[in-house]
Design a protein around this ligand. Sequence first.
Ligand code: SAH
Length: 347
Amino acid sequence: MMENIKYDILSLTQGEVEKIVLELGEPKFRAKQIFGWINKGMWGAEMKNVPALLQKKLEDVCEFRLPKVKRRLVSQLDGTVKYLFELIDGEYIESVFMRYEHGNTLCISSQVGCRMGCKFCASTLLGRVRDLTPSEMLGQIIAAEKDTGERISNVVMMGIGEPLDNYDNTIKFLRLVSADEGLNIGLRHISVSTCGLVDKIDRLAEEGLPITLSVSLHAYDNEVRSGIMPVNNKYPIEQLLNACDRYFKRTGRRISFEYTLIGGKNDTVEGACRLASILKKYIHGTCHVNLIPLNEVEETRLETSRNVNNFKNKLVSLGINATVRRRLGSDINASCGQLRRQEKRDE
Ligand code: SAH
């Protein structure tokens, strides 16, 4: 007998769940109940208002799995929680739960590893193993809500992986996470971070999703950027900034630029002037620069910057909106990729 491949139910929209429910000869309204339960991390007998027979029928055709908490580090400084999750095939990913005044934020992963090769980043050291499914992205949020007992109201896709290199699954995830009967997290409360895949930024602009796009710029010219981000050889700064400007014009959504400050590489005051001038030249609208002091990664030998405030003040004096990212969870290695890397090394 041929083995049936089961539906990965948490990757399905309510409409897709409805189709299964109808195929099983059940009334359509059950889909809404089931979709609600699975998005709370409940399945099988936990779906209390779903008849036992239907619970059983669903288990025959669908699989439901959440990422398993493999390790959990809690910051003594600010309560930030870092998760190492284990997936069904034994791979690891990371998520970080942070408490802000505007609500709890979860930073999630989009791939197992990454193939973008940024020189300062721990996630890419071993390359990319595979993409995450929509349910594995959603599952990080559900598992963290279950573990903390708290609601997550904001999501940033700044964990392991390049979300736009896993484009279709990322888009489906964004539609699922914002669904009314599901987690119902507003798209305006979600940031997608990219190293700058220009073709995908143009595609994203057409999706009608009012997320915040964060672009990892990290440099003020092509020489510096290509030196730390191989993606710049394919999509140089001018092309990237033009795409950002098109994105802003098409969506009306202000772009947020991330700029990791690396000692002696991209952090001089003159660099700040040059950054201000390219942003003014290419971006016709407002933007925001988020400065991130480098989190040092042992293998890279790059050092953090001692010039963070001077760099910021220069940008601000030139009329660029800039802030320095608060460092949450600095005592637990909260910057992404480091825990997975450690776990792999220990094994
Ligand atoms: N691939 C996406 C999202 C993941 S990285 C991207 O490139 O944007 C999220 C952010 O953290 C990016 O801006 C990335 O460049 C930055 N980052 C990666 N490693 C870092 C480190 N060691 N210190 C500081 N920032 C880092």
